[in-house]
Write a protein that binds this ligand. Structure first.
Ligand code: HEC
Length: 187
């Protein structure tokens, strides 16, 4: 590379002058056409050009990330369904007790097979098809509402037979525990 201390002045180095500052200069062979020695001005020019090139590369990469990253985020709008479901294990444990005691498990299974009602296995976070033709993501609000007002969003393929009075029988905290239990079965 460049050694500012060696001023050979030609690009083909047909003539090599003594050069104390460079160890590599001792390796130069007379008449070697492959050895290029740069002057101070050339070094400055090259440094400037390299800096400009680096800047261009950074800008191009940055623009690429912005462009393609943005495209992915806006692409299929799937970001909300991939939000991980965080479940408090104690709340889920209380929910299991309540599901037993309140008779939920007479109609709902937790092993994937449908009963009188849909299975709770894997429902949390999934997209649920409704009798109305619409679909809903089974987030916390959907599950809560399914318990307190089951007739408002009937799951496709099922009858409107779930008792509508759980909001009177259970406290809000108990319903939240039931939701936590159902969310712990997300899979
Ligand atoms: C007599 C049977 C029956 C009982 C008891 C019952 N359910 Fe249901 N449940 C259903 C049916 C049928 C559906 C589907 C129709 C609808 O959406 O209302 C359903 C739907 C649901 C849904 C929505 C599921 C989905 O796939 O979207 C949730 C959540 C739910 N029930 C929770 C409960 C809880 C919690 C209890 C107990 C506190 C309970 N159910 C008791 C019959 C029952």
């Amino acid at each position: 590379m460049a050694h500012p201390g060696c001023r050979l002045g030609t690009s083909t180095a047909t003539r090599v002058e003594p050069c104390q500052n460079s160890r590599e200069a001792g390796k130069l062979r007379f008449g070697s056409p492959i050895v290029t020695v740069l002057s101070d001005e050339e070094v400055k020019l090259r440094t400037t050009v390299e800096a400009a090139l680096a800047l261009v590369i950074v800008l191009v990469l940055g623009a690429g990330f912005w462009f393609f990253g943005g495209g992915e985020l806006g692409g299929d709008g799937s970001t909300e369904t991939t939000t991980p479901i965080v479940v408090d294990p104690e709340a889920a444990g209380r929910g299991l007790q309540l599901a037993n005691n309140s008779g939920c498990l007479a109609c709902h299974t937790v092993d994937g097979t449908p009963g009188t009602g849909p299975t709770w296995s894997g429902v949390a976070g999934a997209t649920v098809q409704l009798e109305s033709g619409e679909s809903e993501i089974a987030d916390t609000a959907y599950l809560f509402n399914s318990i307190v007002d089951p007739g408002s969003q009937i799951v496709a393929g099922f009858a409107d037979v779930m008792p509508p009075d759980y909001a009177d029988q259970l406290t809000e905290a108990e319903i939240n525990d039931l939701v936590s239990y159902i969310q712990s079965l997300a899979g």
